[in-house]
Design a protein around this ligand. Structure first.
Ligand code: ADP
Ligand code: MG
Length: 241
């Protein structure tokens, strides 16, 4: 806890409100007439500025949960509150605004556009924000500098290593200055040294105050987290020691 000196003496700072509050969240899918409970009643609070990893077996519900946190999907029942907005009941227009402004997403497969340069890939994420061209260019350059790739701005993804491509994807995710970065197996396609390169970037972003939620199979990634969750058969358990 941090403390502040005031006229009343030294008092603890008010904790910033939690970024996410989930209550009774289920998500069911119908597969060939059979109902699958991908999430079977999740209650979870995630604090602003935390670094949380989500581990667990394939099919456990990790990607389903991340999609709800990213306002890409709605729960079948329950509440998914991001700040004051409940993703379950918000309008589609509000969900698009949240995705454009508040959420950065990073995927295992980088998902860069192969015909565009690194700078153009990053710049694209700013399209929905309606910024002036000069401001967009400056912010894209700043984001690439932030991930240590200023000197690769004019390269296309095919001319970059896997680790460099993932750093471009992280730059694309942070360029809009989101409240939270969600990553689904961000190091799943990378060898150990590239994995460490991505971990350094993620950890530095968290130290600057960005909330990180990372789905991972890799215990080396989970060891860096402040809070570790396990998601198995649609149920979340806190496994932080
Ligand atoms: P994980 O990411 O942990 O591997 P998922 O969230 O992808 O798990 O999947 C959880 C369960 O939900 C699995 O049984 C999966 O088959 C099912 N599922 C996920 N997405 C869909 C979908 N779009 N349609 C039908 N079933 C799905
Ligand atoms: Mg998955």
């Amino acid at each position: 806890m941090t403390m502040t000196e005031t006229a009343e003496g030294i008092v603890p700072d008010a904790a910033p409100p939690a970024i996410y509050r989930l209550a009774g969240v289920t998500r069911t899918y119908t597969q060939k007439g059979r109902v699958v409970k991908a999430l079977a009643g999740v209650d979870l609070t995630i604090e602003t500025g935390d670094f949380v990893t989500i581990q667990g077996p394939t099919g456990g519900g990790k990607s389903t949960l991340l999609q709800l946190l990213g306002a890409l999907d709605r729960p079948s029942s329950g509440a998914v509150r991001l700040g004051h907005v409940d993703i379950a009941t918000a309008s589609n227009r509000e969900l698009s605004r949240i995705r454009a402004h508040e959420i950065g997403f990073v995927f295992q497969g980088f998902n860069l556009i192969p015909t565009l340069t690194a700078h153009e890939n990053v710049d694209m994420a700013l399209e929905p924000l309606g910024l002036a061209k000069g401001e967009r260019t400056a912010r894209a350059t700043e984001a690439l500098t932030h991930v240590g790739l200023a000197d690769r701005a004019d390269h296309r993804p095919g001319e970059l290593s896997g680790g460099q491509q993932q750093r471009v994807a992280i730059a694309r995710a942070i360029v809009k200055r989101p409240r939270v970065l969600l990553a689904d197996e961000p190091t799943g396609n990378l060898d150990e040294s590239m994995r460490d390169e991505i971990l350094e970037v993620l950890q530095a972003l968290n130290e600057e105050g960005l909330t990180l939620i990372v789905v991972t199979h890799d215990s080396a990634v989970a060891r860096r987290a402040r809070r570790r969750l396990r998601l198995d058969r649609g149920t979340v358990r806190d496994i932080t020691r």
